[in-house]
Design a protein around this ligand. Structure first.
Ligand code: IVH
Length: 670
């Protein structure tokens, strides 16, 4: 019975593996992460280790990669292209070295050639008398696809090796990859840089391959007619002299302790590299030893991939805090038992919003999977339900603001016609303490008033000491008192004074932005500033309920108008603006007044050819024109693309507005 269950479990995992293997290698479009894929392989291999009766020809222990695609001719590798076994910690490395010593049956000292494990796809290049003759993908390790012409489009791959040191026949292997900056340009089409490289390399038409800047780093050889290299490191050097690119980070290291040290150092550096790496490869440097060690059925005994530590970990939720942001959004944050994720100790992880907690049914006391990717705030991925204790309650999201006790609400989104996932405090003013602090932090920030001597921490401190409650209080600080605080010397007080004084002169757009009105980011603030021209106009519009007048400006819709109205419906807000108007010197924004389209407004309808709306808009703005988003007397030109909205065209005709084709518009711009 138990045996049957284990077999069933094993077969399910094998089927999963076959599916994901196919998605990864054949279709270049995996739907699970590499780590999950590695984990799945490990689970299968572990089961096989524990239960010797388990066995399947399709198991990862019997196969590498996947059958080549039918798009290309097949090509049998003269020497198999194997994969590497993985190590995740020091124990795995010790095991690896122990096996080597056992295999060689003696105690010897040897070095490792240490190389970054580039996360691309491997390729093999066969040179006959120095001429690149066959270029092949890895395929299933035994047989790959003949993609010589595609590989030849990569500029790092020499078509000819001119040196007489090159053997009559040599197969050079390495990694094809795409640099991070180049991937940015095509990131909408592929899940990650590796898929981009794989997809591009296996295009039917080499011209398509040549469009994307692929790169190639060489790192090993397959068949060689004249084996003259003593060490892997010598071979790497020779590769450079033949015109190949090799990694700048290759090293020679001996001893597990030194390997681990280097790994730790490199793990932090990996994000600074131009390309993705997912670990380090350690190879026994001495090639004679490599030969003796040979291969198991799918990996060399003389090399191992030391993966970088997981970017996720499991920990227990100790509590759920509700943070209140500048716009009143209530953000739940899980306080977790401190856990190390990729070298950083994590004790907070965001749970995003109320809906997310409901969807994932996250409860205090649960063990959860936390992910930390790059520099973003760690977040909770999922609950490990197997670890859930029986008697823990569902988490009830508070319905009152934890800071000021006001009602909270989920707004109805006019565009999506759904209620927001985020719950908000309905207190729009400075009366909610947490909102007020966040607003002051926003007020002093770089794109707003910009007081660099006054950081977020200082704002919190001054708030606590009741030095500031409203933005205008910043301009009325008692410097005497501040200089008597711990950590404040004469110099730092004088710096603070200087940067506060300096901040008094500000442009209208930055001032509007500094108020921290919801939906009024810096771009919208610029639009409003350009429209209202000076602070008086802006303030009068707001106070006299005439904000509707700006709704025709592009970017300003009902949402923005409603938000402005709500802001100015609040007495404290009006008081803040009035006080600041008395303290600050608010200048008009300087607009470049030289462009061809000056004082002319435009609107687009229909699809434009070869240019996005965003680019069209920025072209108009660069030339000092403006954009409006509805047809009114304020509009000078309606530009029509393919399938325009007839109603807009009719309206424009009725109002006598000039109608331009895309070509006529281009002519206007020259
Ligand atoms: S050596 C049998 N060196 O990692 C030796 N491989 O999991 C295997 N890789 O298929 C190749 N950087 O695509 C080697 N410096 C490096 C590597 C490297 C990346 C990839 C390669 C290989 C896979 C093995």
């Amino acid at each position: 019975m138990i045996k049957d269950e284990i077999k069933k479990k094993y077969n399910l995992k094998i089927n999963e593996f076959i599916k994901h293997n196919k998605l990864y290698y054949d279709k270049s479009s995996p739907i699970i992460s590499d780590r999950e894929f590695d984990q799945l392989k490990k689970e299968i291999i572990d089961l096989e280790k524990n239960y010797s009766y388990l066995n399947n020809p399709k198991s990862p222990s019997n196969s590498v990669g996947f059958k080549p695609s039918k798009n290309f001719d097949k090509f049998k590798h003269r020497v198999q292209m194997l994969s590497l076994s993985n190590a995740f910690d020091k124990g795995d490395l010790e095991n690896f070295e122990k096996k080597i010593l056992n295999f060689l049956n003696k105690k010897i000292n040897f070095d490792y050639s240490v190389e970054p494990k580039i996360d691309g796809i491997s390729a093999s290049l066969t040179y006959l008398n120095g001429i690149l003759t066959y270029g092949v993908s890895r395929g299933d390790g035994s047989e790959g696809e003949l993609i010589t012409n595609n590989l030849k489009t990569i500029k790092d791959i020499p078509h000819k090796i001119g040196k007489n040191t090159v053997p009559e026949e040599i197969e050079i292997r390495g990694e094809v990859f795409i640099e991070k900056k180049d991937f940015q340009k095509i990131k909408d089409k592929f899940a990650n840089p590796r898929n981009a490289a794989s997809g591009t390399l296996r295009q039917k038409d080499p011209k398509q391959t040549s469009k994307i800047p692929l790169r190639f780093i060489a790192y090993t050889f397959g068949y060689i007619s004249d084996e003259k290299f003593k060490n892997q490191s010598d071979f790497l050097k020779e590769l450079r002299s033949w015109g190949f690119l090799t990694s700048d980070y290759n090293q020679i290291i001996s001893g597990i302790d030194e390997l681990v040290k280097f790994h730790q150092k490199f793990e932090k550096k990996r994000f600074d590299l131009d390309y993705d790496i997912d670990g380090l490869v350690y190879k026994v440097n001495n090639i004679e030893l490599q030969k003796r060690l040979g291969f198991t059925s799918n990996a060399p005994r003389w090399a191992i991939a030391h993966k970088f530590s997981a970017d996720h970990a499991f920990s227990e939720i100790l509590n759920i805090d509700i943070q209140v942001g500048r716009t009143g959004a209530l953000t739940p944050v899980a306080k977790v038992k401190p856990v190390n994720i990729g070298g950083v100790v994590v004790s907070n992880a965001t749970l995003h919003n109320e809906d997310e907690i409901i969807r994932k049914d996250i409860r205090i006391g649960d063990t959860v999977k936390i992910e930390r990717a790059g520099d973003v705030i760690p977040h909770v991925l999922e609950v490990d339900l197997k670890k859930r204790k029986k008697k823990i309650n569902k988490f009830i999201f508070p319905k009152k603001c934890p800071s000021c006790g006001s009602e909270t609400e989920k707004e109805f989104n006019l565009i999506t016609k759904k209620f927001d996932a985020v719950r908000r405090c309905t207190n729009e003013g400075f009366a909610c303490e947490k909102i007020a602090i966040e607003r002051i932090k926003h007020f002093i920030s770089k794109d707003a008033i910009n007081i660099d001597g006054l950081g977020k921490k200082v704002v919190e401190k001054f708030w606590e000491l009741k030095f500031i409650k409203l933005p205008q209080d910043i301009y009325n600080l008692n410097y005497q008192k501040i200089s008597s605080l711990d950590g404040w010397g004469l110099q730092s007080v004088s710096n603070l004074k200087f940067s506060i004084e300096n901040s008094k002169e500000v442009t209208l757009d930055k001032f509007i932005f500094s108020l921290g009105i919801r939906h009024i980011g810096i771009e919208n603030a610029k639009i409003i500033a350009d429209f209202t021209k000076n602070i008086k106009n802006f303030f009068n519009l707001a106070k006299n309920n005439k904000i509707n007048e700006i709704i025709n400006m592009d970017g300003i819709g009902e949402t923005q108008v409603k938000s402005l109205e709500k802001f100015f419906n609040n007495k404290i807000n009006i008081n803040v603006v009035e006080k600041l108007m008395g303290i600050l010197k608010i200048k008009n924004r300087e607009i470049k007044k030289s462009g061809k389209l000056i004082n002319r407004s435009f609107m687009f309808t229909g699809k434009l050819r070869n240019i996005s709306r965003a680019e069209a808009k920025s072209l108009i703005e660069e030339n000092s024109g403006s954009i409006v988003s509805s047809v009114s007397k304020k509009l000078d030109y309606l530009v029509i693309g393919e399938k325009p909205t007839n109603r807009k065209v009719e309206q424009a005709k009725n109002l006598g507005i000039k109608i331009l084709s895309q070509k006529e518009w281009h002519d206007l711009l020259n």
